[in-house]
Design a protein around this ligand. Structure first.
Ligand SMILES: [Zn+2]
Length: 264
């Protein structure tokens, strides 16, 4: 028993290390996809001076620390986002394997959270939700639905019914707001909401939408009170949807049950 626990602890650590490396790739995606650059054809380089990066400059988190957040050649600042994304992806991967083990469900969740990390960063930095991220992710989510969090314990038919309900709510609610609010809420949010519905199904996507509105409202209010932003300045909503989406994927049903408990 102890041996098995040690083995699974080793797997969780390994998943965390893989996550750090994947996070490094997600940084590259977040940098290049909004600019229309290839994410694989060009080797890693400094964005300021163009110098290619050596393998030891690419060690997740650590190279940022020993380079003190600067390019080795031109001393251009490396954004804090780089190690943070690596760390966050490492933690997410470790958590998925800790909770789901080496299962089909984990195999579906790992790419899902990776996509949400990229959506989070790109919308935060560029106020953009990219079709070239959302559409392929939708296609993949549709195909793998029966093996992912949606289809867990369900027949293939019921899994797709669940997906359908998820998309209708996940895309429908933002679409109504998009029509009513005229600005502030983009078509990208509608697509992202649909993707989330595809990924997690009916109940978790309701929870996700609620969490994102709650978090978005609180952050917007705080920024206004602190006078960091004025009422008219738009705040991208995608980061809230993506962040709440990660919570919805892991705890959607749990939060909903807790919710029901409050009202019963
Ligand atoms: Zn440089």
């Amino acid at each position: 028993m102890v041996l098995q626990e040690t083995a699974s602890a080793a797997l969780v650590v390994l998943a965390g290390l893989v996550g750090l490396a994947v996070g490094s790739f997600l940084n590259v995606c977040s940098d290049r996809l909004p600019r229309g650059q290839s994410i694989i054809a060009v080797p890693s380089h400094c964005d300021s001076c163009g110098q290619p990066l050596a393998p030891w400059d690419l060690v997740p988190v650590l190279s940022f620390l020993w380079l003190r957040g600067q390019c080795r050649h031109c001393r251009a600042r490396i954004p804090w986002r780089v190690p943070l994304v690596e760390l966050a992806t490492g933690i997410l991967f470790a958590f998925v394997v800790f909770r789901y083990g080496i299962t089909a469900q984990a195999g579906v969740l790992l790419p899902f959270v990776s996509v949400l990390v990229v959506v989070f960063v790109v919308d935060l930095e560029h106020s953009l939700i990219l079709n070239k991220v959302i559409y392929p992710s939708m296609a993949v989510a549709l195909v793998v639905a029966p093996w992912g969090p949606v289809g867990h314990g369900l027949s293939i038919q019921s899994a797709y019914l669940e997906v359908l309900k998820g998309v209708l709510v996940g895309g429908g609610a933002p679409f109504i707001i998009y029509l009513l609010a005229r600005g502030g809420f983009g078509a990208g949010d509608v697509k992202l909401g649909s993707l989330l519905g595809l990924m997690m199904g009916f109940i978790p996507v309701i929870v996700t939408l609620q969490l994102s509105f709650l978090a978005g409202g609180m952050v917007a209010a705080t920024l206004m009170v602190l006078r960091i932003r004025r009422r008219k300045d738009p705040i991208p909503f995608g980061p809230f949807l993506a962040g709440a989406g990660v919570a919805g994927l892991f705890w959607g049903h749990t939060i909903f049950r807790w919710y029901q408990g409050l009202f019963n």
